[in-house]
Design a protein around this ligand. Structure first.
Ligand SMILES: [Zn+2]
Length: 258
């Protein structure tokens, strides 16, 4: 007997969408209640009315879908757009930044495992990006919070080897393989570790803990922006085994404008 389909509703943000067959689209969503799901939007390319612009990347909608089992492809029955983020879409750099946010969320969110925290984080930062200027700190604070949610929280408040809490007098490096800071006594001049100043460490710790609506005011100095970009890019590349294309593109574009 074929199991019947259950109809479900949730809030969801589009991570990816690809054309399928004559007129369908296969969409990957980050959802509030069901983790990451993949679904087919039948006739999405033929009937603009039914899905409007709800299945474009980083659009947030309330979706109605059905599926036979959690691991089967969902059938997307309908979408009500909650936010299309016009302020992001009308700005090239913000659009590229939003692409980084959704790519990172996609990579760090497991399929079919409820991850409300990932959904809320992504939505919070899309709203922040929509309403404020794009800053280096916004990208870095997203990355560090996503790492925490995903269980890859880097150790930044003490040396990962000797466990001594960070102090002003010591020098630190970030060791991606170990997943945290090492002091200069434990790993003097370790080849693969990135030197990082105390100011950068403290700002990253603040950016990880601070309430979201106060984050926009916490800016990184040029030195901290540079160090934290290198540190987090290096760590994320180490975890994923590659660099994300969207991150590479954003960095290239930003270099042109600096
Ligand atoms: Zn140490």
């Amino acid at each position: 007997m074929i199991p019947s389909r259950t109809e479900l509703r949730t809030e969801a943000i589009v991570l990816r969408a690809i054309d399928y067959g004559e007129s369908d689209r296969i969409v990957t969503f980050c959802t509030a209640d069901f983790g990451k799901i993949r679904g087919i939007a039948k006739g999405a390319r033929r009937s603009r009315k039914r899905f409007a612009n709800a299945i474009e990347p980083f659009c947030c909608s309330r979706i109605l879908f059905s599926r036979r089992s959690p691991d089967s492809l969902a059938l997307i029955e309908g979408c009500d757009v909650l936010s299309h983020f016009p302020g992001i879409r009308s700005d090239l750099e913000k659009t590229l930044a939003a692409s980084c946010l959704i790519d990172l969320t996609d990579q760090f969110t497991p399929e079919d495992k409820k991850s409300e925290a990932s959904f809320c984080l992504l939505l919070d930062f899309l709203r922040l990006l929509e309403g404020t200027a794009l800053t280096e700190s916004l990208l870095r604070f997203f990355e560090i919070r996503l790492l925490r949610i995903s269980g890859y929280d880097p150790v930044l408040d003490r040396c990962i080897s000797c466990k001594t809490p960070i102090v002003k007098e010591a020098a630190y490096r970030f060791d991606a393989a170990k997943g945290g800071l090492t002091c200069n006594i434990c790993a003097p001049g370790s080849r693969d570790a990135i030197p990082v100043s105390l100011g950068t460490i403290r700002t990253l710790l603040l950016g990880r803990e601070m309430e979201i609506d106060r984050l926009g005011r916490l800016l990184l100095s040029d030195q901290s922006a540079d160090e934290s970009r290198r540190l987090l890019a290096h760590f994320i590349r180490h975890l994923l085994g590659r660099e994300l294309k969207s991150v590479h593109v954003l960095n290239e574009i930003r270099r042109l404008y600096v």
